[in-house]
Design a protein around this ligand. Sequence first.
Ligand code: SF4
Length: 461
Amino acid sequence: MDVIAPELMRRFDIPGPRYTSYPTADRFKVEPDAASLVDALRVRASGPALPMAIYIHIPFCDSVCYYCACNKVITKDHSKATDYLTYLEKEIDLVSRQLAGPQGERSTVSQLHLGGGSPTFLTDDELAGLVTRLRNRFQIQENAECSIEIDPRTVDSQRLAHLRQLGFNRVSFGVQDFDTQVQVAVHRVQPFEMVKSLMEQARALKFDSINMDLIYGLPHQTPISFARTLDQISELRPDRIALYAYAHLPARFKPQRRIDVLMLPGANLKLQMLDLAIARLLEEGYEYIGMDHFALPNDELAVVKREGRLQRNFQGYHTNAGSDLLGFGVSAISQVGRAYSQNVKTLIEYYAALDDSHLPVDRGLTLSDDDDLRREVIMSLMCQGAASIPALEKKYGIVFSEYFDEALIRLSEFESFGLVSCDKEEIKVSKAGWFFVRAIAMAFDKYLWQHADHQRFSKVL
Ligand code: SF4
């Protein structure tokens, strides 16, 4: 039986943002300079000492995966990381100085994530140096979530043990697919046995949570081949699974031009693979968190989802309530209070800004009252699958049905298919509606309807 009714897939699998923020990053303006981030940091420093999250972007990779849409630098020259780390430390120093208390107290950090690119492009010593610098500049809580993305081809048991020693307690392995033909076609060959051995070592090292990323829609994938990958995933049983759809956009992402378009599965096959994967993961006892995320019932992500405390930021779903996020490195995004800011994307620009002792901010946005309200509605729907109307009316001094009259009309189509219900008390996403939560949230996105430009996003499934 289909997990998602084919009619719903046809009607509601539309292009739309992933809502890792609202307004989405493509709405950030070029005009803001670093000043708005500095102001937000100062406001934060003068307020209550709430813990924050840190994201560090390490852009380097040894070789290119053809499906890649990340901001990365492909190089075999590992000395490039040395320069980058020097500048990264400069940026960390500049920001932490703005946040220091009157006696130079360090800000508290409850979540640290290293992503890329490939953070494991760095040597063990370089990673240790980076973590030490962070610990010198920030107070990383003892029970902080410290996670790192791992390219399985770049680590062995010793490196994993070193990461554990440095304090990382969560790892995420990029798997995508175990089929050899698919791996060759996307230029990322990493045999099942390699990943299995790392997984066993990570378990032995007692990492709290192990995530694996999968992608459906890659060249040569079929429902049969993908079912075999899912069998292997069931054998490994990671705590979390992120299941992404491959979006073929070769005009935007150069490496994708190396993918043979004739070998890509069509839209129907893609949806079959999605349906197959969802059914299989639910059968294996995973809970559906939202969008592309699944977790075992005892994983913290599933626990916070059940308790209505799920959060969403630029790294996707997470467990850290209401914290500001500092992003360091090229293209990293920060969210401090009402200010969003994104760093420049190239190494040249990044180094030049820091040589001048400027924060390397490229673009950003300070939320208006309307943005703030819509952000709350959209994030409540994306994370809790519900929005309380009396609470929003009280907090923002609005009459919900008047303020959001157009959005409520847009929701009526979802309502008629049982994907969402709306009354005077709340908007509630149904179990079937969870698969289309992005499309439901879009009803409240002012920018999307002003510009009628949602076609440029990937589809919601
Ligand atoms: S998918 Fe990851 S490892 Fe592959 S090129 Fe992109 S950033 Fe690098």
